[in-house]
Design a protein around this ligand. Structure first.
Ligand code: SF4
Length: 93
């Protein structure tokens, strides 16, 4: 099977279930938020309209990872893969 339907001429991409789930999860983790996810999990590449860059954030980089309200344990020996949003509280000292 070449992934192309004879009847419609459309190409269908088929991924194994595990791979498809990983792709879906990645999309969700990178998806922008419409509002701060206060007291909830945030993934590094997410961002919301309340983003406020912490000190040292690269110019123009708008991601929860660089937000003053996110806690990714950046001051600990090991940072977190998934952070917590504490908006409107600033986690940066
Ligand atoms: S950490 Fe910052 S950018 Fe991310 S959801 Fe919270 S307020 Fe918005």
């Amino acid at each position: 099977m070449n992934g192309k339907s004879e009847a419609t001429g459309k190409v269908s991409l088929r991924f194994p279930l595990k791979e498809r789930d990983e792709i879906e999860n990645r999309r969700r983790e990178d998806a922008p938020l419409s509002a701060p996810n206060t007291e909830g999990n945030v993934w590094p590449k997410q961002v919301c309209p309340a983003f406020e860059p912490r000190t040292g954030a690269p110019e123009g980089m708008r991601q929860c990872w660089y937000c003053r309200c996110a806690d990714f344990h950046l001051n600990k020996p090991r940072s977190l893969d998934v952070g917590v949003c504490y908006w409107p509280k600033k986690t940066e000292s």
